[in-house]
Structures are given as structure tokens and as C-alpha cells.
Design a protein around this ligand. Structure first.
Ligand code: CIS
Length: 209
């Protein structure tokens, strides 16, 4: 079984509300994946993503019955902290987490679509750069863009990355990409739903770090 399909997202209900408990259970598997990418530069990213998840979880655990969906949390924080919202609490943590999740979505989709550098077909730099430009770059100033460049140099080979997604087992590339495509169905729908929620609640910010 692959890492991705072991951690598949659930289909969304018709109103596209994202169940907080299921979402947190699924994304909690993400930070440990950074360990098998094999470079210490991923430690920084892991700790940022981990921090986001921990913050959302802490709010959820205060009142699970009240915070059944992610939107319940964001709306409750809007009520409670009108002056600082949305740059506060789980609303801010989810704002950044969704950008990391979008990065992963674009990266996996680009791999699944067979996008490659014809001169270096076993590198994933073109896929990583595409994901970065679509999901994160506009929120990063000069210093963080330099961290990205360091992470890009440490990006694994395509074959090793696909192997890591197969939990280190040897698997045919086509089988692995088929699993990526299947994983992307519910994953993309979930990430899109969170983005739509931020737009509809006017909760998106565009400051740079
Ligand atoms: C494979 C190569 C990958 C290259 C990756 C390059 C990514 C770009 C690196 C940028 C450096 C990021 C360093 C941190 C920057 C932070 O300053 C920035 C802003 O942070 C936020 C906090 O999160 O600042 C706020 C204040 O302004 C708050 O402090 C906030 O924290 S809060 O509110 O919680 O207190 N953060 C970011 O820019 C976010 C960066 C996210 C980067 C995600 C990159 C993901 C890379 C993944 C590569 C591997 C793909 C794996 C694919 C599949 C794995 C499947 C695993 C199975 C589990 C599935 C479940 C999903």
C-alpha cells in the first residue's frame, strides 16, 4: 500500500464542509513524511507545518462539539477576536497550512501529468518550482525565497520521491502515479473547499513573511 493511499482524504459532503476531526487526523501524517526527504532543510518546513496543525488542533480540542467543521472554527474566531481576525489563532494557522497543502497538490498534479525537464527527466525541480510559484512565492520575501532555493537544491530525485510515496517499496512508476492521481481526487477537493471558504469569509491575507 502506498503512503498516499494510507492517508487518503475523505470525500466531501454536498455542502463541501470540511470535517475538522477527519482533516486533522489526515494532515497529522504529513510532518513525518519530511523526515524521509533526507535533508535538514526540510526540518524548518516540517516545524512550520507541524506548528500550524498543532494550533488548529488545540482550538478544536477546546470544544469538539462546537468545532465540527473548519468553518465553525474560523467563524467562531471572527466573532471572538474581531479586531485582530483573521491574523490570529487557528484562522491564521489554517491560512498558512492550506498554502502548504496547495503546494503539495500542485507538485503531485504536475508529476501525475508527466511534466518533466527533458534534459533532466529524473529531477523534480520543474514540478517543485511550478508548485512554489502557484502556492507560496507571492507570500515570501527575499529571505524566505532563499530558503526555498536551498530546499530546491535538496529536492530528491523523481525516482526516490516516488519510492518514498510508496513507503520505500519498489513500485512501477505507472502504478505509483496512478495512486497519486487517486489520492488527488479528494485531496484537491478538500484544499479547494478551504480556499473557497477563506474567499467567501474574506479571511485571506496577502502579507509577505
Ligand atoms: C520536495 C521538495 C520540496 C521543496 C519545498 C520547498 C517549500 C518552500 C519552503 C519555504 C520555506 C518555509 C519556511 C517557513 C516559512 C514561514 O515563515 C511561513 C510563514 O509561517 C507562518 C506560520 O505558519 O507565519 C505566521 C505569521 O505570519 C504564523 O506564525 C504561522 O504559524 S501559526 O499561525 O500556526 O502560528 N510559512 C510558509 O511559507 C509555509 C510553508 C509551507 C511549505 C510546505 C511545503 C511542503 C513541501 C512538501 C514536499 C513534499 C511533498 C509531499 C507530498 C506528499 C506527502 C504525502 C504524505 C502523506 C500524508 C498526506 C496528508 C496530507
Amino acid at each position: 500500500m502506498t503512503l498516499l493511499l494510507d492517508n487518503e482524504f475523505q470525500p466531501l459532503p454536498p455542502d463541501k464542509a470540511v470535517d475538522t476531526k477527519l482533516f486533522l487526523e489526515t494532515v497529522s501524517h504529513l510532518p513525518s513524511f519530511f523526515d524521509c526527504l533526507g535533508s535538514s532543510v526540510f526540518g524548518l518546513i516540517k516545524s512550520d507545518v507541524n506548528g500550524n496543525i498543532t494550533k488548529i488542533k488545540a482550538v478544536y480540542l477546546k470544544d469538539p462539539q462546537r468545532y465540527v467543521t473548519l468553518q465553525d472554527i474560523v467563524e467562531a474566531e471572527r466573532e471572538a477576536h474581531a479586531a485582530q481576525w483573521p491574523k490570529i489563532g487557528a484562522t491564521l494557522a489554517l491560512m498558512w497550512l492550506k498554502r502548504g497543502l496547495r503546494f503539495i497538490q500542485v507538485l503531485l498534479q504536475s508529476l501525475a501529468d508527466g511534466e518533466k525537464d527533458p534534459n533532466n527527466p529524473n529531477l523534480i525541480k520543474v514540478n517543485v518550482i511550478k508548485a512554489y510559484e502557484e502556492a507560496l512565492k507571492k507570500y515570501h520575501g527575499w529571505v524566505v525565497q532563499k530558503i526555498f532555493s536551498a530546499a530546491l537544491c535538496a529536492a530528491p530525485y523523481r525516482s526516490n520521491f516516488l519510492k518514498a510515496l510508496s513507503k520505500g517499496e519498489e513500485a512501477k512508476e505507472e502504478d505509483c502515479l496512478a495512486n497519486v492521481r487517486q489520492f488527488l481526487v479528494n485531496y484537491t477537493a478538500t484544499v479547494d473547499a478551504i480556499y473557497e471558504m477563506y474567499t467567501s469569509l474574506n479571511a485571506e491575507l496577502d502579507y509577505t513573511v
